[in-house]
Design a binder for this molecule. Structure first.
Ligand code: SAH
Length: 381
């Protein structure tokens, strides 16, 4: 915690005074009684303290929350995002010094996720501040995540302010148009963290026969076809995601309509291998296979399997764009997994490009867990 890591686990707490309730702001001191930080508290969570402010003279009051929100929004709106993009992350929790709070913009609507009791308790103050800073049509809550259980909270979802968004709304990303379901879609509706990587990946796709695995609503394919991919196949296990993908291909007026394959990527790649089907380029963006370090070994096997299968399906010197969004698997470990996959596939790999989460999802140096999305463009020789 002296390194400003924002979490303290319950095992590290010796004494709790004055019987604070869940979500209360508390003063954290070391064993000598010296001030460490202001934090919010949750006795039900293993992470019982999330540290907010290291300067004792600065109280965590309404204006503290307002200032932190304003600072996060200012960076996105005035520095980073131009008007070819209307959907992006405004607040990336711990990385924006606001542990447990996710805020995404989708055009005129704001989607909020409260992941901890400390944020849950302040939802109405946060909503008020977001209203005055952003003047949105509506603020919609998507706190329907399983991780809330770790905080003793149940999943919730609904309107916090203003209009209810249509079930499908349209956004722009780097000039492309996408339909997004912010009410029922995965995460808060769209994988905003891949915005830059879609552009990078597409730049390798010209004239290639491309397979996009774990395609969700087909965003990588829209970029790749616009960059000149010759053909495109998308695999996903969600029929609703593929239906929106189909609409996204229409919306962007693509001459080639990708083939949509509903099913389990692991099985379909084996089927392709058995049938001798090959591709020039494969994009692999699996869901989080290792949410925690504890599941790392099991997940690493799944990452290895899927990358090994993809390498086998690639023609000589084919391109593999491969990602991992598990914070439990760091970049070096992911490289190691790719190395073992390539050895089993009897292929050599050249890394052409290393990729990260888009920079509206900043990495906080004192919180290494915030660097979660990693990817490589590989040439599979
Ligand atoms: N690349 C996408 C995001 C992928 S998220 C984008 O840029 O928008 C992971 C996707 O994998 C989800 O759409 C989920 O439905 C799908 N999925 C999860 N397990 C799967 C499996 N075993 N086979 C195929 N798809 C799967």
């Amino acid at each position: 915690m002296l390194r400003h890591h924002p979490w303290i686990f319950s095992g590290a707490v010796k004494k709790i005074e004055n019987n604070p309730s869940s979500g209360d702001i508390v003063r954290v001191v070391d064993s000598e009684g010296t001030f460490i930080a202001w934090a919010y508290f949750n006795p039900q969570s293993q992470i019982c303290l999330r540290l907010l402010e290291w300067k004792e003279e600065i109280p965590v009051n309404e204006s503290w929350w307002s200032e932190k929100l304003l600072s996060a929004v200012k960076y996105r709106e005035s520095v980073k995002i131009d008007n070819s993009t209307s959907a992006y992350r405004l607040v990336h929790a711990e990385s924006d010094m606001l542990p447990g709070l996710i805020v995404d913009r989708y055009g005129d609507f704001i989607v909020l996720q409260a992941l901890t009791a400390g944020i849950d308790k302040r939802k109405s103050i946060i909503t008020e501040h977001l209203k005055s800073i952003l003047n949105p049509k509506g603020i919609y809550e998507r706190s329907d995540t399983e991780t809330r259980k770790l905080e003793g909270l149940t999943p919730v979802q609904g309107v916090l302010f203003g209009e209810t968004p249509d079930s499908i709304i349209e956004i722009k990303e780097n000039g492309y148009r996408f339909k997004v379901d912010i009410i029922n879609g995965q995460k808060t509706g769209f994988f905003l963290d891949q915005r830059e990587n879609r552009k990078i990946t597409a730049s390798y796709a010209k004239n290639l026969k491309v397979l996009e695995c774990f395609s969700y609503t087909g965003a990588f394919s829209v970029y790749a076809l616009n960059a000149g991919a010759e053909s495109m196949t998308c695999i996903d296990s969600s029929s609703t995601a593929l239906e929106i993908a189909r609409q996204n291909f229409e919306l962007n007026g693509l001459a080639f309509k990708p083939e949509l394959v509903l099913g389990n990527t692991f099985q379909i790649l084996r089927d392709y291998r058995n049938a001798g089907i090959q591709f020039d380029m494969i994009i692999l963006d699996p869901p989080k296979l290792s949410p925690t370090r504890a599941l790392r070994e099991k997940a690493s096997q799944a990452y290895k399997d899927v990358n090994l299968l993809a390498m086998k399906l690639l023609k000589k010197d084919g391109i593999l764009a491969t990602f991992s969004c598990s914070s439990g698997i760091d970049t070096d470990f992911f490289k190691e997994i790719l190395l073992w996959a390539s050895i089993d596939a009897h292929r050599e790999i050249q890394i052409l490009r290393e990729m990260h989460q888009a920079d509206d999802h900043p990495v906080r140096l004192s919180f290494p867990e915030s660097s979660y999305l990693k990817g490589f463009i590989c040439r599979v020789c």
